[in-house]
Design a protein around this ligand. Structure first.
Ligand code: MN3
Length: 229
């Protein structure tokens, strides 16, 4: 698929965007963890994220994590487990499962955190929870920006639900808050990828500019749905 290829919009209407956790391993399925289709065209997030970055990020990086994760799940005979179940006992598996399984899941969540129709501010229950936990939407953004900016090297920043409260955390490499080895555990509501491959072509070393642009794309409907789950 080339840059700017248009995906059939009807399949990915807001109400039936693909679940990121709909799959589990099963002996009869050669690819238990398929890479979900990107729910928008590569150029749909411009000017905030450019088409070439999206094409490489989804088509090469995420595709490679997905391929490796499926192969390792087979090699390590991981059977009848969801991604969440694997992460809950990630210390039982190889570093490859941790890195590639994380890379698989984290990007699934990241693509859905973003939308060409995103941006603006959250409303309803989500806004109430943000105000309760962070004081205001702008204080929330500031905390999230700081977490994303200060990840040393490659990693992710997250908004998670932890013991009923909202919390902003970060993780190194492809770790995530669902993994039992994670310092901060919880259910992810949204995330940002701050690996250089997520922004270097357009923003070079200016990670803060990429993070600022990210806010124009956040799909608050998706984040709200994850809160209410
Ligand atoms: Mn990435």
């Amino acid at each position: 698929m080339g840059a700017g290829a248009v995906l059939a919009p009807s399949i990915f209407a807001e109400s039936n965007r693909p679940s990121i956790l709909q799959t589990s391993t099963n002996s009869y399925d050669p690819i238990p963890f398929p890479q979900p289709p990107l729910p928008y065209a590569f150029n749909a997030l411009e000017p905030h994220i450019d088409a070439q970055t999206m094409e490489i990020h989804y088509g090469k990086h995420h595709a490679a994590y997905t391929k490796n994760f499926n192969q390792l799940a087979k090699d390590e005979m991981i059977d009848n487990k969801t991604v969440e179940e694997i992460f809950a006992e990630i210390d039982k598996y190889s570093a490859g499962v941790r890195n590639n399984g994380g890379g698989y899941y984290n990007h699934n969540l990241f693509w859905l955190t973003l939308s060409p129709n995103g941006g603006g501010e959250p409303t309803g229950e989500l806004l109430k929870e943000i105000e309760k936990n962070f004081g205001s939407f702008s204080a929330f953004k500031e905390t999230f920006n700081k977490a994303a900016t200060t990840v040393f090297g490659s990693g992710w920043a997250w908004l998670i639900k932890q013991d009923g409260a909202l919390k902003i955390v970060s993780s190194p490499n492809q770790d995530n808050p669902l993994m039992n080895i994670s310092k901060e555990k919880g259910s992810p509501l949204m995330c940002i990828d701050v690996w250089e491959h997520a922004y270097y072509l357009k923003y070079q070393n200016k990670r803060a500019d990429y993070i600022a642009a990210f806010w124009n794309l956040v799909d608050w409907n998706f984040v709200s749905a994850n809160l209410l789950k």
